[in-house]
Design a binder for this molecule. Structure first.
Ligand code: C2G
Length: 129
């Protein structure tokens, strides 16, 4: 069984995220999503989430491409996660191109094209018009 992992905040969840998750799942048989906790978002990513972790986790768990959701609490957990979950492929959108190439010693690293026209920032801006 080919195991894939990806990381993110996924707030507000939109079709760009779904496009990423669908393509990530197509690269294997089992997809793990490491979901940024509220603390990690606030302290490390300077992001204040609209939905708290448990709500974002429930949304992701309802997506048929997603097999398991685990917490992302640190920038430094990826190597351990890849080993612990016996990951074959690490996937991120290409806004992260090259940033996680250090994982190539442990698994395949794939950067997928982002869905260009959609972002949470755009949603928030459009809603204020
Ligand atoms: N994404 C995408 N297209 C968009 C928006 C997002 O393909 N229009 C992808 C991103 O490239 C990322 C994933 O969806 O791979 C999740 O996006 P975010 O929630 O913004 O994740 P990010 O804040 O980049 O966190 O340790 C890694 C970080 O946790 C990644």
């Amino acid at each position: 069984m080919k195991r894939v992992i990806t990381y993110g905040t996924f707030d507000l969840l939109h079709y760009g995220h779904i496009n990423l998750l669908r393509r990530a799942k197509q690269l294997g048989d089992y997809l793990i999503v490491a979901l940024s906790t509220d603390e990690f978002n606030k302290n490390e990513k300077n992001k204040v989430c609209y939905f708290p972790y448990e709500k974002r986790k429930a949304l992701l768990e309802s997506i048929r491409f997603v097999d398991l959701v685990i917490p992302e609490e640190s920038w430094d957990q990826k190597k351990t996660d890849v080993a612990l979950y016996h990951i074959d492929t690490f996937v991120m959108g290409d806004d992260w191109e090259g940033k996680f190439d250090f994982l190539k010693e442990q698994c395949e690293v794939v950067y997928l094209p982002r869905t260009k026209e959609i972002s949470t920032t755009k949603i928030k801006t459009d809603l204020q018009k």
